[in-house]
Design a protein around this ligand. Structure first.
Ligand code: AMP
Length: 423
């Protein structure tokens, strides 16, 4: 029998790498909860129109990257290429009370050319603040992402920010940009020639160097804002000034989706190579109307999990996946095994991750099993220890050994205690 391989552009998360994924997701949940967000889970696939009407027909996602299929009953469905459209649909369909803050952790699917940091299935960690219009929310959302990266130990990133205007200022700007592009039309790549008529701002996203050079002289959205958009953006910038984060204005930043207005932002890192964007987001004050809902201001961001893992520096505690917070109990004979099982139960009752082997193998082999399991600590239950009502402890990272009285064993490991009740 030949072995099967995973589809091109997909990844397996196996231990110990999968521990990094779990830890990052836990931190994200924690931080999102601290900022008042609650989890939302939407289906992995939606009716295709959900993405077409939100991401925009000129976007690369809709034009080239969607995994679209017809189901057995003839429905046109698409695997989600990003998180926001499904969340907006769900908020309306479930009549959620506004304002509401929602976060998600979800696989996304895009048919693009795989390379380092770019996959056909990848995970996004996202937040959406729905029903809030203040520029202070924009700043808070930008700071949220920066705080997340900083807590992971990622400090080598820059936040690019821009404003791309609103319904009132954009039509005149659009005409101006279109006039500029039409003059240069013949020199633009075929993609940009199509894009410009549907959404001319899309051309700023083109990766083609000759298009980028031409666009150096293009009129820029930020210079054509109405007074309201200018005031809004100034307040966002003012809030960022008092943060320790490295941010800069990038007047070419429009982001790859059609639904954004006003504030757009992106986190870029020099350590990632060609796929340098760690995450990004922006305001989408008109998207709810596209879905037949009421006028609803909103802003969100999405962070790429795989790129976040790639950007983790050596010293980050989130990058030390070789050992996990697990206690492995080693025993020396049948009587000690019974005592070890009792201890295993006690630790687990206390929500302290613990494991032992039931196989009758030597102590040396048991230490080897602790190593395979990636345990951080060993407790040794031997004849002497049983007699003295003690346990021998070994820290498998530092190699340190100590003796602990039996009644102190739970408090010794209390920092490993897991808790799902705190959310
Ligand atoms: P976007 O909505 O395209 O700006 O995506 C937000 C974030 O998701 C990006 O900054 C990346 O970190 C991540 N991302 C987007 N596309 C991919 C992909 N094909 N593979 C891995 N990560 C991706």
């Amino acid at each position: 029998m030949t072995r099967s391989s995973r589809p091109k552009g997909t990844q397996d998360f196996v231990p110990p790498e999968s521990i990094k994924k779990t830890r990052i997701e836990m931190l994200f949940r924690e931080l999102a909860t601290v900022y008042g967000y609650q989890e939302v889970v939407t289906p992995t696939f939606e009716h295709t129109e959900v993405f077409i009407k939100s991401s925009g027909s000129a976007s690369d996602i809709v034009q080239k990257e969607m995994y679209t299929f017809t189901d057995r009953a003839g429905r046109n469905l698409t695997l989600k290429p990003e998180g926001t459209p499904g969340v907006v649909r769900a908020v309306l369909e479930n009549n959620l009370r506004l304002p509401c803050r929602l976060f998600y952790i979800s696989p996304c699917f895009r048919y693009s050319r795989p390379q380092k940091g770019r996959y056909r299935e990848f995970y996004q960690l996202g937040v959406e603040a729905i029903g809030e219009s203040s520029p202070l929310v924009d700043a808070e959302t930008i700071i949220f992402g920066a705080t997340f990266f900083t807590r992971l130990g990622i400090t080598e990133f820059t936040i690019k920010v821009n404003s791309i205007g609103c319904r009132h200022c954009r039509p005149a700007y659009r005409e101006k940009l279109l006039t500029f592009l039409r003059e240069k039309q013949k020199k633009l790549c075929p993609d940009c020639q199509t894009r410009m008529e549907i959404n001319p701002m899309r051309t700023f996203d083109c990766k083609n160097t000759s298009c980028q050079l031409l666009l150096n002289d293009a009129p820029l959205p930020k210079r054509h804002l109405c007074p309201e958009c200018t005031a809004h953006f100034e307040e966002v910038i003012d809030s960022l000034k008092s943060t320790p984060f490295n941010w800069k204005l990038d007047e070419h930043l429009v982001r790859g989706l059609d639904y954004y207005n006003r504030t757009t932002f992106e986190y870029v890192s020099g350590v990632l190579g060609a796929q340098s964007s760690l995450g990004g987001g922006g305001r989408y004050d008109y998207l709810f109307e596209e879905f037949g809902g009421p006028v609803t201001p909103a802003i969100g961001l999405a962070i790429g999990l795989e790129r976040t893992i790639l950007a983790l520096p050596e010293g980050s505690p989130f990058n030390t996946a070789s050992r996990r917070n697990l206690v492995f109990i080693v025993w020396t004979g049948p009587a000690e095994m019974a005592a070890a099982r009792e201890l295993l139960n006690i630790l687990r009752q206390e929500n302290i991750p613990a494991l032992m082997t039931y196989e009758p193998v030597r102590v040396k082999r048991q230490f080897h099993l602790a190593d395979i399991a990636g345990a951080r600590f060993c407790i040794i239950v031997g004849e002497e220890e049983l007699k003295g009502n003690l346990y021998a402890l070994k820290d498998l990272i530092t190699g340190e050994q100590s003796i602990v009285p039996a009644e102190k064993i739970v408090p010794t490991f209390s920092s490993l205690r897991l808790s799902s009740e705190r959310i």
